[in-house]
Design a protein around this ligand. Structure first.
Ligand code: FES
Length: 376
């Protein structure tokens, strides 16, 4: 965030001047835009695509890393808890993933951070955690999402997070500290061990300095064979760690089993309106045992690929060497939508079959249900 203050009218007239100037210069750059040439000088100056430069990498744990990013000109500030899309080009293919911003919006050096955990089979997370170098550029999207604390009314937050689900809570906590407005906050955070708790030391430091912040770290693997019943989220544990949880707004972020257990409990207790959830991935239905995949024909690309009944068509296309459009990969943004030309697919969130020719198919949350043809 810049310390300089600009009046709205001066900002408006400046952007209108820049828009006119770039429209003028574009005439000389046809068929490209002037911005494409500017990008060659400095990718952060490009007007047609938002990029960020990696200015620092910091290993939080053995498999989680914080990247400090300097965004390009068209960046806008964000709210603590929001996420962005990150684009990574690997072997000539552009992949997109969504990561929550882990730094507070109040930071005044114009930089922000994302904290990425390398997940099994996660080619992009592995690249960001193990291979990305300072000085690299990444395509980024603008901040999005409604997982943040309201300004309009005071709430007593209960954060329930696990693994890299800590990132939005970290941004919110740091934001409260930066504004010198720590609220009465309870935090239950799950990690396998103390040594692989992301931001573990930072959380302990905040707890030691702020009596309003009540930190409860649960190291699930310390429960050995009882970790499922004693380590992971359950009703009794919630009552013990946060007896007044019914008087709080709960902000939860973590893997699907945690979110499912919480949704079940809050539904039983008729408390779902106080539960705010940020998911890592789409909530999926159970696929029938007899479900079968088939051959997926990508008509525009002229590629056929075999697919099982549970692998998202987006992944099938990428594994076949294609670079289909996508964004969130969890059924929210519709960037991946294409048209069903023939055959049948299954929406993995609902389990429902889609077989009307001409229907829209979100490839990130649909799988083959027999042979099918897509307009890709
Ligand atoms: S990538 Fe966002 S809905 Fe599929």
């Amino acid at each position: 965030m810049s310390d300089k203050k600009h009046s709205p009218s001066s900002t408006k007239s400046k952007s209108s001047f820049l828009a006119k100037f770039s429209a003028f210069t574009d005439k000389f750059a046809y068929p490209l835009r002037a911005s494409h040439y500017v990008e060659l000088l400095n990718p952060l100056w490009a007007g047609h695509a938002l990029k960020a430069k990696v200015v620092k990498v910091w290993d939080e744990t053995k498999d989680a890393r914080t990247l400090t990013l300097k965004p390009g000109f068209n960046w806008r500030n964000y709210r603590a808890g929001q996420h962005i899309r990150i684009g990574v080009a690997l072997d000539g293919v552009q992949y997109t993933r969504t990561y929550t911003i882990s730094s507070p919006p109040e930071r005044n050096d114009g930089l922000f951070t994302i904290t990425v955990k390398a997940i099994a089979d996660g080619r992009i997370s592995h690249h960001l955690v193990r291979k990305i170098k300072v000085g690299s550029f990444l395509a980024i999207g603008l901040p999005q999402g409604d997982f943040y604390l309201p300004d309009s009314r005071p709430v007593k937050p209960l954060f329930i997070t696990a693994g890299s689900g800590i990132t939005p809570a970290m941004s919110m906590l740091e934001s409260m500290l930066a504004k010198d407005r720590m609220r009465d906050t309870v935090h239950i955070h799950y990690a396998p061990h103390e040594f692989d708790a992301i931001f573990g030391e930072r959380l302990k430091k905040i707890a030691s300095e702020h009596s309003l912040y009540d930190l409860n770290q649960v190291f699930t693997h310390e429960y050995g064979e009882h970790k499922q019943t004693k380590g992971y989220f359950h009703a009794e544990q919630l009552e013990k760690l946060c007896p007044d949880w019914r008087e709080r707004e709960t902000y939860a972020c973590g893997p699907q089993p945690l979110i499912e257990a919480m949704e079940k409990h809050y539904t039983l207790e008729n408390m779902t309106r106080y539960l705010h959830i940020e998911r890592f991935s789409a909530q999926l239905a159970v696929i029938p045992k007899e479900a079968v995949g088939g051959t997926v024909s990508f008509s525009k690309s002229g590629i056929d690929a075999l697919a099982d009944a549970s692998t998202a068509l987006l992944r099938v296309a990428e594994d076949a060497g294609m670079n289909p459009p996508h964004g969130c990969r969890m059924g929210i943004c519709h960037s991946c939508s294409t048209t069903l030309l023939s055959g049948c697919v299954r929406d993995l969130r609902t389990g429902k079959l889609i077989n009307d020719v001409g229907s829209k198919v979100q490839t990130c949350v649909c799988a083959a249900a027999g042979d099918c043809e897509l307009d890709l």
